[in-house]
Design a protein around this ligand. Structure first.
Ligand code: NAD
Length: 478
């Protein structure tokens, strides 16, 4: 049920939607969807919290203490969060324990530190009509923030939105994904325990077409922070544009991993495999276009296929499982469709490419294609599943040209030991983040986001604060 104004909201005759365990295909629970009246209540409570309530009066240090308290409480319940995330998303038990939860906690603590360091600037001005002037700026909360999250890593991506907005003093209304809403509801419980004033954070479970639409169209929302598909991102951006509201869009990717002949090929094989198969490939930064120097192509394919052959697909809670199930039947059919298309268009599966042996659960075989070209569907479209396309290249310029020939520009990884080449390529590649010799290092200090169809704006680091504040100019004619 929705969490609004510091409590669970009892709605009249709510619709509910099922939450399915992707491993067993069984219904875990039903969740009451937030109707239009619930969305309206949440927006009004957030406005009150900001304009007249105690949340709006808290200073930065107090907001920082609350964020640190929330981080402590999540740390104490980390096992519960991790188990719920596995049940809900289908990812192997180890992943939330080493990635999602530590990153969530680190993000809350990072922004707790920012909360009392949000400063303006003093700008020298020559004066006004012969009078001297003093001009300065202040950064103020941008207003009520609607945060919409996807199902692949709802806890961590939720924290990327909540933490900077709350640090900046904005009340946040979180709409978690309908396929994986459970950890966001647990978070609501902890928000009360942490002592956040009513209205500072609401959690509105519901489907995109209903609750999501009502939220992004609500005139009381001042800013929208969305992570999801480019198609939905366009709908959200259009709704935001009607009210001239700022929007941060974190959309998908088709990120290249470029392996040069001089790279440490063993380390590159480990990193590339992680980039393709982590979280079943359901990662926006998945390095699923694998560009390999032709002179080491066969050697590298062997190393990579060896890693892929060791992926253990199965029940996320079984020790030893390294890849779980995809989120739902639709996603499995979509990924399987891309695998079939890869074969039809002439790519060669060196590993995988068939149907999963599991009768129950939305499992897909980890798959690597060689003989791929950048024109094939598997190299152009985001698959959001454990499928990599290996493309050979002959020289640096060609590698950069292939990497940039994509509608996406989110992330890229370069594997080389040559320092100047690494810097040169990092400068030339179109991507919001480039990693050298390691796939997608996460850190809340680093700005995150893309351009082209990968999105608009940045989250995390200083950018997270800038995106959640308005800079106001004040001039005094002395
Ligand atoms: P999605 O776009 O279908 O849904 C994302 C969220 O938007 C969900 O909470 C959904 O309920 C909501 N939504 C759907 N329609 C809406 C509407 N009309 N108005 C408002 N909200 C609406 O995406 P998904 O299937 O949950 O996630 C997979 C996609 O997200 C992939 O394309 C992936 O690349 C992308 N993604 C990007 C990042 C990133 O950081 N760039 C991270 C994770 C996922």
């Amino acid at each position: 049920m929705p969490f609004v104004d510091g409590q669970w909201l009892d709605q009249q005759n709510p619709q509910s939607f099922p939450v399915i365990d992707p491993t067993t295909e069984k219904t875990l629970t039903g969740v009451a969807e937030t109707g239009d009246a619930g969305v309206d209540c949440a927006v009004s409570a957030a406005r009150r919290a900001l304009d007249t309530g105690s949340w709006g009066r808290l200073d930065g240090a107090a907001r920082g203490q609350l964020l640190n308290m929330l981080a402590d409480l999540i740390e104490q319940r980390a096992e519960d969060f991790a188990d719920l995330e596995c049940l809900d998303v289908g990812k192997p038990a180890i992943e939330p324990r080493v990635i999602d939860l530590p990153q969530t906690i680190a993000t809350l603590r990072h922004f707790a530190g920012w909360a009392d360091k949000i400063e303006g600037r003093t700008i020298p001005t020559p004066g006004h009509m012969g009078q001297p002037t003093l001009s300065y700026t202040v950064r103020q909360p941008i207003g009520v923030v609607a945060a919409i999250t996807p199902w692949n890593s709802p806890t961590m991506i939720g924290s990327w939105k909540l933490a900077p907005a709350l640090a900046a003093g904005c009340p946040v209304i979180l709409k978690p994904p309908e396929d994986a809403p459970l950890t966001s509801l647990l978070l609501a419980e902890l928000v009360v325990q942490a002592g956040f004033p009513a209205g500072a954070l609401a959690v509105l479970p519901g489907r995109g077409a209903t609750t999501g639409t009502a939220l992004v169209q609500h005139p009381g929302v001042d800013k929208i922070s969305f992570t999801g598909s480019p198609e939905t991102g366009q709908i959200v951006a259009a709704a935001a544009a009607r009210g001239f509201r700022p929007t941060t869009l974190e959309l998908g990717g088709k990120s290249p991993q470029i392996v040069f002949a001089d790279a440490d090929l063993e380390a590159a094989a480990d990193g590339v495999a992680l980039g393709v198969f982590a979280n079943q490939g359901e990662v926006c930064a998945a390095g699923s276009r694998i560009l390999v120097d032709r002179s080491v192509h066969d050697e590298f394919v062997e190393l990579l296929a060896n890693r892929a052959g060791k992926v253990v697909v199965g029940d996320p809670f079984e020790p030893g499982t390294t890849m779980g199930a995809l989120i739902n039947a639709k996603q499995r059919a979509r990924v399987q469709g891309y695998i079939d298309r890869g074969r039809e268009e002439g790519a060669h599966p060196v590993i995988g490419g068939g149907r999963s042996e599991h009768d129950v659960g939305y499992f897909v075989e980890p798959t690597l294609f060689t003989a791929a070209t950048n024109e094939m569907t598997i190299a152009r479209e985001e698959i959001f599943g454990p499928v990599g396309a290996i493309i050979a290249f002959d020289d640096v310029d060609r590698a950069v040209a292939i990497a940039n020939d994509s509608r996406y520009a989110l992330a890229a990884t370069v594997w080389t030991r040559e320092l100047s080449r690494a810097h040169d390529i990092a400068r030339r590649i179109q991507a919001g983040a480039v990693a050298i010799n390691g796939w997608s290092p996460l850190d809340p200090r680093l700005p995150w986001g893309g351009s082209k169809h990968s999105g608009l704006g940045r989250e995390l680091g200083r950018a997270g604060i800038d995106e959640n504040t308005e800079e106001k100019t004040i001039t005094i004619v002395l």
